[in-house]
Write a protein that binds this ligand. Structure first.
Ligand code: GDP
Length: 445
C-alpha cells in the first residue's frame, strides 16, 4: 500500500495495450498523446467499467529507459487496484516482466552498459551516503568511461608493439621494451588502485562492526540505546539479561556502522547465558572496533581483567560509564590496564559524553576519513574480479617485456587484460552470465 503505484509497460505493443486499459478524460486517443506528458485518465476493466482514476504517460522509443515504447500508468496504490490493472494488461496481450527485465532490455538495446545496469541493482539497496554518490557516477557511466580510457590506452600500446614486431619476433631495443613496460605499468597501477579502493570501500559499505562489551550491568544496553536514540535493547538492573547479541545499524559520516550490544562476559552457570557469551567472543573476533565499558561506580574486579585480555589485540576505546554516580575507579587504575589509551567518561543514562565517544569512534576508524569522491568504484564481486584479473595479466605482460620474451607472449596477456575490461562494461560476455546478473534484480526494475 502506498500513495501512488505505477504499472509500467515496455515493448512494441505497449501503447496499443495502454489504450485498451486507460480512457483519457480529454476524450482524445492515447496514441496521439505527446511523449513525456501526463494525462488524466480512467482505468477501465475488461467490461469497460472504470475502476480507478490515474495519470498516464508515454515515453516513445528510443527516448525511454528500455529504448522501447514505454507507458506508465500511475494509480492509487492499493494492492488490489495494482493487481487488477496488471491482470487487465495481461488480458489485453502483455506479460509479466521478469526480475530486472526493464534494465536488461536497456542493456541489450544499448542504452546502458552492464556495469551501469549493475549500479541500478546496487542503488536500490544502498545504505551509505558515500556509496550513493559513487554509485550515481557509475549509473551515469563514468566508471565505464574510465574503463574505456584504459582499454584505449592498452590497445594503443598493443598496436605500437605490433608495429615493432613486424620487423622481428622480438622487440628490437631494450629502450623500447622499457618504454612499453612503463606504459603498461601506469595503466596496471591505475587498475590495481581502483581494485584496492573498491575492496576497501565495499568493506565500509557492509558496515564496520563495533562491539560493545563489558561485564554484566555496566550499561552496555543503555549505551547502545543512547547511541541509536531509541530503546531496542532490554535495559534492566538484573545482571545477564542481554543473553543474545543485539545489532543496530547507525550512520556516522555517511558510513554504516553495525553496533552490537553483547552478552556481558563472566563465568556463568546458565547454559543459555553461556551461549550468549560464546557469541560475544565470536563477535569480538570479527570486530573492527571494540568499546570496552567499565562501571565507574564499582571497583575493578576479576571479570574486568578477563575482558582486558580478550580485547587487547583489537582496536578499542575505553569508556567509564555512570559518570553521574560517585566514582570508585580512578582513571589511573584503568590506565594501568590500558596504557596509552584515552579514556572517555560518559553517562549512558543522561547522554553526557556520547558525542565525544562518537568523535573518538570516527578517529579510531581512520578509514572513513578517506575521500572517495575522486574514485570510480567497482561495486560487486564480478567487476572487482575482472579488475583484479586485468591487473594480473598486465603484470605478466610487463614482466615478459622486461625479460625479453617473444612478443606473442606479451600480446596474449594484453589481450586477456583487454577482455577483462570489456566484460566489466558487458561486451564479449556470456549470455548465461548476463541472465544470472539480471535474475538477481528485483521485479519491476
Ligand atoms: P548491561 O547489562 O551492561 O547491558 O547494562 P544495562 O544497560 O542493562 O544497565 C544496567 C543498569 O545500570 C540499569 O539499571 C541502567 O539503568 C543502569 N545504568 C546504565 N547506564 C547508567 C548511567 O550512566 N548512570 C546510572 N546511574 N545508571 C546507569
Amino acid at each position: 500500500m502506498g500513495a501512488v503505484g505505477i504499472v509500467k509497460l515496455s515493448g512494441n505493443d505497449s501503447i496499443e495495450i495502454a489504450s485498451k486499459v486507460c480512457r483519457l478524460r480529454s476524450g482524445k486517443e492515447i496514441k496521439k498523446l505527446p511523449s513525456f506528458k501526463l494525462a488524466l485518465c480512467d482505468v477501465i476493466d475488461n467490461n469497460n467499467k472504470a475502476l480507478d482514476e490515474g495519470l498516464v504517460v508515454l515515453m516513445r522509443e528510443p527516448f525511454s529507459y528500455t529504448r522501447e515504447n514505454v507507458v506508465e500508468i500511475q494509480v492509487h496504490s492499493s494492492p488490489l487496484i495494482i493487481q487488477k490493472i496488471i491482470q487487465i494488461c495481461i488480458n489485453k496481450g502483455a506479460r509479466l516482466a521478469e526480475p530486472g527485465e526493464f534494465t536488461k532490455r536497456a542493456f541489450l538495446n544499448g542504452r546502458i552498459s552492464l556495469n551501469q545496469a549493475e549500479s541500478v541493482a546496487e542503488i536500490v539497496k544502498v545504505q551509505s551516503e558515500k556509496a550513493l554518490y559513487s554509485l550515481y557516477k557509475n549509473l551515469r557511466g563514468m566508471f565505464g568511461e574510465k574503463i574505456s580510457e584504459w582499454q584505449k590506452g592498452l590497445a594503443f600500446i598493443q598496436a605500437k608493439i605490433q608495429v615493432e614486431c613486424d620487423f622481428s619476433d622480438r622487440i628490437g631495443t631494450t629502450d623500447l621494451q622499457a618504454t612499453f613496460a612503463k606504459e603498461i605499468n601506469t595503466i596496471r597501477q591505475n587498475i590495481r588502485k581502483q581494485y584496492d579502493r573498491s575492496k576497501k570501500f565495499q568493506n565500509l559499505q557492509n558496515g564496520l562492526l563495533v562491539v560493545i562489551c563489558g561485564k554484566p550491568n555496566v550499561g552496555k544496553s543503555s549505551l547502545l540505546n543512547a547511541i541509536i536514540g531509541k530503546e531496542r535493547s532490554i535495559v534492566t538492573p538484573i545482571p545477564g539479561t542481554t543473553r543474545d547479541a543485539i545489532e543496530e545499524l547507525f550512520l556516522i559520516e555517511g558510513f554504516p556502522f553495525r553496533f552490537v550490544d553483547t552478552a556481558g562476559i563472566r563465568e556463568s552457570q546458565s547454559y543459555i547465558e553461556k551461549i550468549g557469551i560464546d557469541k560475544t567472543k565470536k563477535y569480538l573476533e570479527e570486530a573492527h572496533l571494540v568499546i570496552v565499558i567499565f562501571d565507574q561506580s564499582q571497583e575493578i574486579n576479576k571479570e574486568d581483567y578477563t575482558l582486558v585480555d580478550l580485547v587487547r589485540k583489537k582496536p578499542h576505546i575505553i569508556v567509564l560509564n555512570k559518570s553521574d554516580l560517585p566514582s570508585k575507579i580512578e582513571i589511573k587504575d584503568v590506565n594501568e590496564l590500558y596504557p596509552q589509551e584515552k579514556i572517555i567518561k560518559i553517562s549512558a543514562l543522561s547522554g553526557k559524553g556520547i558525542d565525544r565517544l562518537l568523535d573518538q569512534i570516527v578517529e579510531k576508524v581512520q578509514l572513513i576519513k578517506d575521500n572517495y569522491d575522486e574514485d570510480y568504484l567497482a561495486f560487486n564481486f564480478r567487476q572487482q574480479n575482472e579488475l583484479f584479473k586485468a591487473s594480473t595479466f598486465l603484470e605478466q605482460a610487463q614482466k615478459s617485456l622486461e625479460e625479453g620474451f617473444p612478443i606473442d607472449v606479451v600480446s596474449i596477456d594484453i589481450d586477456e587484460a583487454l577482455r577483462c575490461l570489456k566484460r566489466i562494461n558487458g561486451e564479449d560476455i556470456d549470455e548465461k552470465v548476463v541472465d544470472s546478473i539480471f535474475n538477481n534484480f528485483c521485479v519491476g526494475k
